[in-house]
Design a binder for this molecule. Structure first.
Ligand code: NAI
Length: 346
């Protein structure tokens, strides 16, 4: 049941941590260390049950292997999940216990921020382990919160998609519907507004959506409307599995390009998107900016300028995937997966 599950995909290791003293319940999944230490952020989230948390860890971890390989990084793929209980903030004791858990893996897994985690949290984790990245850094250095690099990668990746599908080389007047205005979605919205795009936005944090819409001259719609907005591009920047039979049937866009991980709810959803004539930018290719920054910080390999140059490569990489998908008739996600599996020796 576990070893044969599609999401397991021959993970090198899956580790469970239960520390009653601090309240830590965590999963660290290590999919592959073929290219280097398994790098991938940590998510702090409420799950319906433990199996849902494990499934999320496995899917995200494999996604990190693919993402890091296609981004050309000397890193494997892994993911940390801290199960959120209650409604209170995280304690330092919980984060330190998570740091201890990472340390126990001896460097096979290196953490950074994901949903629910900040650079300040990384600083607390770093009290107990050196296998942590995404720490606050001074100007000019690589590293820090990966959100801005991810947002920049989504911006240039979306440009590749808009060029391929709409024949447009800039965003002037291009209408983008943005779901989620957090660390990444907010940065995507700011870049698109500065480039002259027309924006429609939604966030479950209504106050944030209203504030950003006012600041950027965007239209603000309800959370359940954003996937049905008639626009050029839908940009999912909240949580995964947003592309399912139901949402795909109702999409009214030419392109899907956003940062959310695991956007396709099932393997059948890639062909569904393709059948609707919508160009899908594979999530782990377009959202690699943050991990490019994180790995450069961890490996001490480059500065902010070289990170920016590597993030810029997301645009031609996606253009090549789109061209190969057109030439072969395959979906963009299967083209990307084949490239990634080749790069991790599987
Ligand atoms: P975040 O937690 O800063 O922002 C997420 C935003 O989405 C929040 O404003 C939240 O209120 C909103 N949201 C949640 N559910 C929603 C819904 N149903 N409808 C509309 N809005 C909703 O997270 P962050 O860092 O911006 O990440 C966003 C997505 O991008 C996640 O899927 C994450 O895994 C992915 N990602 C993030 C990276 C990063 O560098 N932060 C890197 C690669 C992927």
């Amino acid at each position: 049941m576990l070893f044969d599950a599609p999401d397991f995909d021959a993970h090198e290791g899956v580790h469970f941590f239960d520390d009653p003293a601090s309240g830590l319940k965590a999963v660290i999944a290590v999919h592959s260390t073929h290219r280097g230490p398994a790098a991938g952020g940590c998510r702090w989230w409420t799950y319906a049950n433990d199996v849902a948390a494990l499934t999320d860890a496995l899917r995200l971890s494999r996604g990190m292997s693919y993402k890091n390989a296609l981004a050309g990084l000397a890193a494997g793929g892994g993911k940390g999940i801290i199960l959120k209980t209650g409604t209170g903030p995280k304690s330092d004791a919980l984060l330190e216990a998570f740091g201890g858990a990472i340390n126990a893996l001896g460097g096979r897994y290196v953490t950074a921020e994901d949903v629910g985690m900040s650079d300040a949290d990384m600083t607390v984790i770093a009290r107990r382990t050196r296998f942590v990245s995404g720490l606050p850094v001074g100007g000019g250095a690589a590293g820090g919160n990966p959100g801005p690099s991810t947002a920049q990668g989504v911006f240039v990746g979306m440009r590749a998609a808009v060029r391929h599908k709409l024949g447009r080389s800039d965003f002037a007047g291009v209408h983008v519907a943005i779901q989620g205005l957090g660390s990444v979605g907010g940065g995507v919205a700011e870049r698109l507004a500065a480039a002259g795009a027309k924006l429609t936005v939604a966030d479950i944090d209504e106050a944030r959506a209203a504030r950003m819409a006012a600041a950027l001259g965007a239209t603000h719609v309800a959370v359940d409307e954003i996937t049905r907005v008639s626009a050029d591009v839908f940009s999912p920047n909240a949580l995964g599995a947003i592309l399912d039979a139901d949402t795909i049937a109702n999409l009214d866009v030419a392109v899907v390009a956003g940062a959310a991980n695991n956007q396709l709810a099932t393997p059948a959803d890639g062909p569904r998107v393709q059948a609707r004539g919508i160009l899908y930018a594979p999530d782990y290719v377009i959202n690699a900016g943050g991990i490019i920054n994180v790995v450069a910080e961890y490996l001490g390999d480059g500065d902010a300028a070289s990170v920016a140059a590597r993030v810029a490569e997301i645009e031609p990489r996606l253009a090549a995937i789109f061209a190969e998908a057109d030439a072969s008739g395959r979906t963009t996600d299967t083209v990307a997966d084949a490239m990634a599996r080749n790069a991790i020796g599987r």
